[in-house]
Design a protein around this ligand. Structure first.
Ligand code: B12
Ligand code: SF4
Length: 504
């Protein structure tokens, strides 16, 4: 079959800071390719809607598959599917990915027949089987694990891969690879060393998607892949990097042996950094330069509410340690809709007093999280597009326009901190170096800063007409549920690791 895989466009702010290689869709595309299909990938983070329509009209795929990791992309994907159904009525159209897995039935209902099925869970194993059945008349697709169709009863649950070593992402299918970057790591590729997360934070769905498991790519396979990556910079997509120190060390051993040098960006937790100091120290020598840490709160009460299972003092100690290694850290704090001007001022003062980059997101209960069950009753909107952690979807204590003024002003002040005079001097030299190599993503990012940060734009987003509304948890499930009922996959093949989880 001729299969077109599509990644939707970027969300607010991502459009300036970064644009990253969509590894999930590359893996699913690789599986389809290995099964003998003719495959193309179109990434709408880079290409435009017109490019998509041209591809549909000229190449005329027999199947179109959308990657839906982000809730805020749902309306865009439904509209693309509707348009595709109109242009190619016989085309087999399906969607998969993180958010699609938690909203499968409502997605199909909103699409009113434009989407044939949704794939819940990991896509590599099931997609070839689905395409085979689709090519043979589509009968019985609802009996495949993880497949949800509009009117059929749910079939067997999604299955998790036994090993992550089976496939290499189809990197060659990505057009304009040099458009992927994160800040000055330009161009930048992505890689996965491990999948899932053994913690269980109340606002997060990374752990529920993978049934709280944690699986690793073998060190040999990880390093083979690193060796094949042409870009000098690499973003490690793991939810929490190096939970198991021996894994990080084994990859480091092989990298040293094969003399692989890259510059890296990763995400981890403060307690993991402190527990596995020697791993991060070693990786610093191998090129680890940037690290993202979800602190989420700067008070104990906030950490408890998010069930981070880490103390404030441990988080601050971790920041100190990262500084001592010379690793540049970006931290995230979750702003609560209940914040008033005083609270924003306190956060600004703290953020200005530390050398790290501080990001602010807004507390957003997503399907697949515990907070979605406990807090969604209070939603002030059900417009998927506002569920991007930059908009307030719960009632704010301040009037909404003032909440956005405070939020955006705080973000601007924090950005200026990093684009202040000394920083700007450094930035200028970095930008010139990249320009000399023909890389302009970083330079464009600096240029766009002030156009994107705009509280009026955020406020006005709430006024847009809503065509597709998010469905709330079923009656009676709000407030009471068991964690395992949130899981996407069937019985878990991978045990929760022995690494003891610190409790706050
Ligand atoms: C890496 C990552 C990013 C990267 C890369 C994004 C990219 N271009 O792909 C960056 C840093 C850019 C990013 C940004 C954001 N992210 Co993010 N991100 C992740 C993270 C940690 C891993 C994703 C990943 O690459 N995994 C590895 C690959 C192999 O897995 P995968 O993509 O899930 O794909 C598998 C399946 O989903 C499925 N699949 C995927 N696509 C398809 C398509 C088809 C057809 C099929 C059949 C199957 C399928 O099969 C794949 C293979 O098994 C996830 C957490 C998680 N564990 O999922 C959060 C996560 C997806 N991000 C999240 C959020 C909130 C954001 C931001 C909004 C944050 C912000 N502060 O602004 C932005 C928005 C970005 C945007 N779209 O513009 C949330 C999503 C919440 C939601 N429900 O919408 C998650 C779940 C994190 C969380 N803790 O809640 N993110
Ligand atoms: S540690 Fe990170 S990835 Fe894991 S559940 Fe908490 S927020 Fe999600």
């Amino acid at each position: 079959m001729k299969v077109l895989f599509v990644h939707p466009s970027s969300l607010m702010y991502s459009e300036i800071y970064l644009r990253l290689e969509p590894l999930g869709i590359e893996l699913v595309a690789a599986a389809a390719l290995a099964a003998g299909h003719e495959v193309r990938v179109l990434d709408l983070q880079i290409f435009k809607r017109q490019d998509y329509l041209r591809e549909i009209a000229e190449w005329r795929p027999e199947a179109v598959a959308y990657s839906l990791n982000y809730l805020a992309n749902i309306p865009e994907v439904i509209d693309l599917a509707r348009e595709t159904r109109r242009l190619l009525p016989e085309c087999f159209i399906f969607a998969g990915g993180h958010s699609a897995s938690f909203t499968a039935q409502e997605l199909l209902d909103h699409a009113e027949g434009a989407i044939d099925c949704v794939v819940r869970g990991e896509g590599e194993g099931i997609t070839p089987r689905l395409l085979e059945q689709a090519a043979n008349g589509r009968n019985g697709i609802e009996q495949l694990p993880g497949i949800v169709t509009r009117n059929a009863a749910a079939g067997p649950p999604a299955e998790m891969l036994k090993s992550l070593d089976g496939l290499q992402p189809a990197r060659d299918l990505m057009r304009r690879r040099r458009k992927y970057f994160i800040a000055e790591l330009d161009p930048c590729a992505s890689i996965e060393f491990a999948r899932g997360c053994p913690w269980d934070c109340s606002f997060c769905s990374a752990w529920t998607f993978y049934n709280r498991s944690y699986r690793k790519v073998s060190p040999e396979r990880a390093v083979d892949e690193l060796e094949r990556i042409p870009e000098p910079h690499v973003f490690i997509v793991d939810d929490v990097a190096f939970v198991h120190p021996e894994h990080g060390m084994a990859i480091a051993d092989l990298m040293e042996k094969r003399k692989i040098r890259k510059r890296f960006y990763l995400e981890t937790r403060g307690d993991v950094l402190l527990r596995n100091k020697e791993v991060f120290q070693r990786w610093k020598k191998l090129g680890l330069e940037y690290m993202f840490m979800g602190l989420e709160a700067i008070d104990e009460e906030g950490l408890k509410r998010h069930r981070k299972r880490v103390t404030l003092s441990k988080n601050f100690e971790a920041l100190e340690y990262a500084r001592s290694l010379g690793i540049f850290v970006a931290v995230n704090l979750i702003s609560d809709p209940g914040w008033d001007e005083r609270r924003f001022t306190t956060v600004r003062e703290w953020a200005l007093s530390v050398p790290e980059i501080v990001h602010l997101t807004v507390n957003t209960p997503y399907p697949g999280t515990e907070t979605w069950h406990t807090e969604s009753r209070q939603f002030t909107t059900r417009d998927y597009r506002l569920f991007d952690v930059q908009h307030a979807v719960l009632p704010t204590k301040l009037p909404l326009d003032r909440f956005y003024r405070e939020l955006v002003e705080t973000q601007q002040i924090l950005n200026r901190k990093h684009l202040g005079f000394t920083a700007l001097k450094d930035t200028f030299f970095i930008a010139m170096k990249l320009l000399a190599k023909g890389q302009t993503n970083f330079l464009r990012m600096i240029w766009k800063f002030n156009q994107v940060y705009n509280p009026r734009r955020q406020f006005a987003d709430h006024e847009r007409p809503v065509r597709y509304e998010m469905r709330l948890p079923e009656n009676g499930r709000q407030g009471s549920f068991s964690s395992s009922s949130l899981f996407v996959h069937g019985p878990n093949p991978a045990p929760v690791p022995s690494a003891s989880l610190a409790t706050a």
